[in-house]
Each structure stands twice: as structure tokens, then as C-alpha cells.
Design a protein around this ligand. Structure first.
Ligand SMILES: Cc1cc2nc3c(=O)[nH]c(=O)nc-3n(C[C@H](O)[C@H](O)[C@H](O)COP(=O)(O)O)c2cc1C
Length: 163
């Protein structure tokens, strides 16, 4: 059974998308970009302001429709990727988790970051879904992505989590 690889990416480096694309190559899984209808500002200060407002209010963004509930139900393994934002999940990931039914699925969280890794992302994913649980969450420093060491990590991680 193919996994689903759902991810949100924002910066011009598209670090999370690069990791998602590599998971796709290694697992033959299906890619699903998570895209908010209203884009976040490119400028960090304004982006943080908008994100803080959404995290505080719980008013998460509307997402572009990408997958039907029926199609989503067919997957039993979901890789879920995001940039670490304010030490936690970006609001579009919160919106995605609230939109879909994760019963019967395992989730493999992964994040990209500059200094704070997964933050409380795994705890948030577990508390916001009815999934079977998470498998081996990994965080990738932006400057490691593309290195030989990172490639070896990706091969080992995907072979352990996608069987
Ligand atoms: C609003 C905002 C908040 C961020 N918060 C954090 C953070 O708490 N910890 C961290 O290590 N990096 C933080 N970053 C940096 C991103 O996590 C990092 O650049 C990430 O790799 C970007 O992934 P992307 O290219 O897929 O968007 C933040 C970036 C933005 C725009």
C-alpha cells in the first residue's frame, strides 16, 4: 500500500517540499501539498504576526481542496511534513488535521527547522487526531538537506517506517 506524503512548505528554499519529494522517490508514495488559500507573507516578521494571531485564536486558514475524504480513507500511512513555526505546528497543518479522519492510520511526522526541531509537533498531532499513533518523527536542519549524511538518514528512515 502506497503512503500519502502530505506537506506544507512556505519559504523560498522549499525545504519541506524537498524532503517530501525525496520520501516520494524512496517510497513511491503519493504527494499532497497542503496549500492555504490566502498565502502567508514572505517577510518573516509579518508572517510571524499572522501565525501568532491564528495560533492564539484557533482561527486556522482555509485550505485549497486537494483530496476527497474517500481518497484519503484509502491510505493507512501518512507522512506529514511542515516547517517548525513558533516551536509548533503551522496553522495550515492544524487545519489539515481538523479536516480529515485519521482513524486506522499511522502518521510519520517530519519537520524542517533552523534551531528548534520538532518542538511540540508530535504531541499536537497526537492530541488533534484519532490516529493509531505516530512512527519515528524526524526533524531536518535546513542546512543538512541534500547532504550525503541526510541521504543516508532518509534511506534508513523510510525503509523503517514504510514497510
Ligand atoms: C513564521 C515562522 C516561524 C518560524 N519558527 C521557527 C521555529 O520556531 N523554530 C525553527 O527552528 N525555525 C523556525 N522558522 C524557520 C523555518 O522552520 C525553516 O526555515 C523551515 O525549514 C522552512 O521550511 P520551508 O522551506 O519548507 O518553508 C520559522 C519560520 C517562519 C516563517
Amino acid at each position: 500500500m502506497k503512503p500519502l506524503i502530505a506537506y506544507f512548505t512556505h519559504s523560498a528554499r522549499h525545504s519541506t517540499q524537498r524532503v517530501a519529494n525525496t520520501i516520494h522517490v524512496l517510497t513511491n508514495g503519493d504527494l499532497l501539498p497542503i496549500i492555504p488559500i490566502r498565502p502567508y507573507p514572505a517577510e518573516r516578521e509579518w508572517c510571524e504576526k499572522m501565525v501568532t494571531e491564528q495560533l492564539t485564536s484557533g482561527d486556522y486558514p482555509a485550505l485549497c481542496p486537494t483530496i476527497t475524504a474517500e481518497a484519503f480513507a484509502a491510505y493507512d500511512l501518512v507522512y506529514l511534513g511542515y516547517p517548525a513555526w513558533m516551536g509548533t505546528l503551522p496553522p495550515p497543518i492544524c487545519a489539515f488535521l481538523a479536516t480529515h479522519d485519521f482513524a486506522g492510520k499511522h502518521i510519520v511526522p517530519f519537520s524542517t527547522y533552523e534551531n528548534s526541531g520538532l518542538g511540540d509537533g508530535v504531541e499536537q498531532i497526537l492530541s488533534r487526531t484519532n490516529s493509531l499513533g505516530t512512527l519515528e518523527a524526524l526533524a531536518f536542519h535546513v542546512d543538512d538537506i541534500g547532504s550525503r549524511r541526510w541521504e543516508r538518514t532518509m534511506i534508513g528512515w523510510t525503509s523503517r517506517t514504510c514497510r
